[in-house]
Design a protein around this ligand. Structure first.
Ligand code: MRU
Length: 352
């Protein structure tokens, strides 16, 4: 029996029997609205439009998206497996960077292939596919709790810790990766002072991290992205911890745009830079960060990101959603199986 963290975080994705209830993260913190999704296309669109975002949450939503596509399927289990492959391949086109999306879809395809091989009756096979998606979600919750336990060993009472983007309960099944130790610390009476970068262009730090940590009672202070160096120079930050969308085999890390700048600043100030992620985010088939596809998003996120135009019409815009932090800047990668330090290429391989 595992011990759970008592903080209640809003669940970003829920299986509702024959549909998916999905918290529309674009509306937070002002409105808490659950959307009812009934087709794989609904899920594809929700992922593309950031209604659901954060690497593990995207993977969970996509697994349910596959299930939505096969409910009521008529045919045999081999035909079902082909249907699963089609839906999975479609959902895989929703966003390119977070490897958890492909990991979850591959897992759904593999499950369908096993069921086809055993010639399971199709209604049983559909039930087993639902169970697999639910398992992906429940395993992620336990994984994050373990990541939180390991990460907390790196922090001491009274520390200031900076984070970028949202790698919290909203981005995962529960607790988050980078934010999990903050929930654990709160529960155990360990005092941490969290600084959350607002995270331009779409403000996952301000809208989501500040929201979920404040709601839980964590001591959190919001800063604009360009204030990170200043608070470090004041001596207020003793560690940085972020999540990631994909870790390459050499330990290079893709995460929300701006993470690289934070890592460079941390190194300049002699502050450890930690990355927290489940094994499902580590992609040994991608050799280095240069091989990770970086999503580019619509210019409006930069020119009208606050619902108001803040740049001239027709201006050229570059809007990459992620950047790569080279492994030289990473102090340690914290997973559910423990903490990995350099040389990362060896340490990461040993995890599998
Ligand atoms: C545990 S979530 C880790 C990452 O997915 C997170 O830090 C991040 O970069 C999310 O980007 P987003 O564009 O909001 O999906």
């Amino acid at each position: 029996m595992t011990q759970s963290i008592s903080q209640e975080v809003l669940q970003s994705v829920r299986w509702a029997g024959e549909s998916v209830d999905l918290l529309d993260q674009r509306l937070l913190p002002e409105e808490t609205v659950y959307l009812r999704l009934t087709t794989p296309h609904d899920v594809w669109e929700a992922i593309r439009e950031l209604k659901v975002r954060g690497a593990p949450a995207i993977g969970i939503a996509a697994a349910y998206g596959v299930v939505l596509g096969i409910l009521g399927f008529e045919g045999n289990s081999k035909e079902l497996a082909a249907e699963v492959r089609n839906h999975a391949d479609y959902l895989a086109t929703s966003r390119p960077t977070a490897v958890n999306l492909f990991w979850a879809l591959d897992r759904m395809k593999a499950k369908a292939a096993v069921l086809a091989e055993s010639e399971a009756p199709v209604s049983d096979a559909i039930g087993a596919m639902i169970a697999e998606a639910l398992l992906i979600q429940s395993e992620d919750e336990e994984t994050n709790r373990l990541i939180g336990e390991h990460a907390l060993t790196l922090f001491e009472d009274g520390m200031g810790v900076l984070t970028h983007c949202n790698a919290g309960g909203l981005a995962t099944a529960k607790y988050g990766t980078a934010l999990a130790p903050f929930y654990l610390a709160l529960e155990r009476g360990i005092s941490l002072k969290v600084f959350a970068d607002e995270t331009r262009p779409v403000l996952q730090g301000a809208r989501l991290t500040a929201f979920e940590l404040q709601r839980a009672g964590v001591d959190v202070t919001l800063i604009c992205d360009n204030m990170a160096g200043h608070v470090m120079s004041k001596g207020w930050i003793q560690a940085v911890i972020v999540g990631t969308d994909r870790v390459a085999a050499n330990g290079d890390v893709a995460n929300k745009i701006g993470t690289y700048s934070v890592a460079v600043l941390a190194k300049a100030h002699g502050i450890p830079f930690y990355v927290a992620c489940p094994l499902s985010t580590i992609d040994l088939s991608t050799p280095t960060g240069a091989d990770i596809p970086i999503e580019e998003r619509h210019p409006d996120e930069v020119t009208a990101g606050f619902g108001k135009r803040t740049a001239p019409e027709g201006i050229a815009v570059y809007n990459p959603a992620f950047d790569i932090t080279p492994h030289e800047y990473v102090t340690a990668i914290i997973t559910e199986k423990g903490i990995v330090k350099a040389p990362f290429s060896e340490g990461l391989k040993k995890l599998f």
